[in-house]
Design a protein around this ligand. Structure first.
Ligand code: AMP
Length: 399
């Protein structure tokens, strides 16, 4: 999917009430924000609008309150953090579209911002209820979507409001669609995609779509074993989805037909059982991918595979990575995931990391600054790689 959407610089915002959908769904522990990354990432768009003299109305969801007002999902900690980061008081409205929200919006002066309370406190949000969307839209004159992490959902605040307002994207979504859109539509080649994670079933359409785009498709993680089984290898007690063996076989054939090099693990780190607790010390050994003992399970890619995958990433011009290569939560089984993260960091290629576990791995290892683009949305970036239209982006005005 390629998008050419108007962004905040393509529309006159001075003096206008601008509703900005952010992704402030930050992790909290006992009411304290444990990572403010998502808030920090939203600042360029917010600062631009404030500097241009817009009246900025911020909104976001947090957690899953399911249409009820649940105190622990209040955006109060976000308002406090925004106030610190912007050096300007950001008031939190007591409701999303109610009397207090309306009063606080009406009191806004040019260059000021207010935060509405959690959009999911209203049952209409996730249902994309037209009345709720209309009410929210009535607070503003322009809609800016900058919540890439929620762009794959057609909710009232991510898509519904665009039925009533001129709608453009903020800098975050702009970057996501330009980097990922270019990679998929017109990549610098060789184009290599690396997929991992637990289940084949989560990535069926991603694999299918990428096989029409990439030069090399690399499959690691738990999902690799169903592919190995499809090749007729014994995989012991490794993760296995019997219902997807035929699909994997089809994909192996499709790769051949399309001239795509499909790289699967050539060796694997095995243990007698899954670590319990997940970070438990455990005895492992490395075996060839076609020699997994019947009573053992593959839990990470082996050393030869690490080299094979890392070389492919280093020799590429574009690399997209989504999903860990093994049970990376366990230090003994994290080597494959670390090797891939390192290879991307060292590669001269345009490197794109999907959200979630792979993004966290790059950040924890200190490689984030060496990656071209780390997506801010796990689910949304996967749907992008599937070639699906994202409702939160499709609803924005074309250039
Ligand atoms: P996903 O949510 O699909 O990205 O999968 C991430 C999870 O896959 C992580 O929690 C990993 O521990 C798990 N995983 C990766 N490789 C394996 C494997 N070989 N066996 C079991 N689980 C795995």
């Amino acid at each position: 999917m390629t998008y050419n959407k108007k962004n905040i610089e393509d529309i006159e915002v001075a003096g206008k009430r601008v509703l900005v959908r952010c992704d402030f769904n930050v992790p909290l522990k006992d009411g304290v924000i444990t990572s403010d990354k998502r808030i920090v990432e939203a600042l360029p768009t917010i600062r631009y609008l404030m500097d241009k003299g817009a009246k900025v109305i911020l909104c976001s969801h947090m957690g899953k309150p399911k249409g009820a007002v649940v105190a622990k999902y209040s955006l109060a900690p976000v308002a406090a953090r925004l106030t610190e980061l912007l050096g300007k008081k950001i008031e939190l409205a007591a409701d999303t579209v109610g009397a207090d929200a309306k009063a606080k919006v009406a009191a806004l002066k040019d260059g000021e911002a207010v935060l509405l309370e959690n959009t999911r406190f209203d049952i209409g949000e996730e249902k994309n209820n037209p009345e709720f969307a209309k009410e929210m839209a009535s607070l503003a004159e322009i809609f800016v979507n900058d919540a890439f992490g929620a762009a794959h959902r057609a909710h009232a605040s991510t898509a519904g409001v665009a039925d009533h307002l001129p709608a453009v994207c903020g800098y975050l979504i702009q970057k996501e669609i330009s980097v990922m859109g270019k990679a998929l539509a017109d990549p610098e080649r060789p184009f290599v995609a690396i997929l991992g994670g637990a289940k084949v079933s989560d990535k069926l359409n991603v694999i299918n779509n990428l096989l029409t785009k990439v030069d090399t498709l690399i499959i690691g993680g738990g999902m690799a074993y169903t592919f190995l089984a499809a090749k007729g290898y014994g995989i012991g007690s490794s993760l296995f989805d019997e219902t997807k063996v035929d699909y994997c076989r089809e994909m192996i054939e499709k790769a051949e037909k399309n001239g795509v090099k499909l790289l699967l693990p050539v060796d694997t780190v095995v243990a007698k059982s899954f670590p319990d607790p997940i970070d438990a010390e455990l005895e492992v050994k490395t075996v060839a991918a076609n020699e997994i003992p019947a009573d053992m399970m593959g839990l990470d890619i082996g050393e030869k595979t690490r080299e094979l995958f890392a070389d492919a990433a280093k020799n590429a011009k574009t690399v997209v990575w989504n999903g860990p290569m093994g049970v990376f939560e366990n230090p003994t089984l994290a080597k494959g995931t670390i090797a891939v993260a390192k290879a991307l960091a060292e590669s001269e290629a345009i490197t794109i990391v999907g959200g979630g576990d792979s993004a966290a791995a790059c950040e924890q290892l200190g490689f984030a600054s060496k990656i071209t683009h780390i997506s801010t949305g796990g689910g949304a970036s996967l749907e992008f790689l599937e070639g699906l239209e994202l409702p939160g982006i499709a609803c924005l005005m074309d250039k």
